[in-house]
Design a protein around this ligand. Sequence first.
Ligand SMILES: [Zn+2]
Length: 74
Amino acid sequence: MRLVPCPDCGPREPGEFVCLGDSGGHPVGEDGLAEALYGRANAKGPVEELWWHKFGCRRWLKLRRNSATNEFVP
Ligand SMILES: [Zn+2]
């Protein structure tokens, strides 16, 4: 499981976050997190997503993730 790089908290478990993927604009809750991380077959390469650190600093993060490798990229 990839850790989510929070600028306040450092690398944290994805389960602490709520991810809102921007492709299609459909909100993804905790239940859909695995699907958000692994299920997006339609976009290979960097995708921009909003992550809410619900169980941490409660900040919104705008992160870029390579959907082909699941690595977060600067
Ligand atoms: Zn945080």
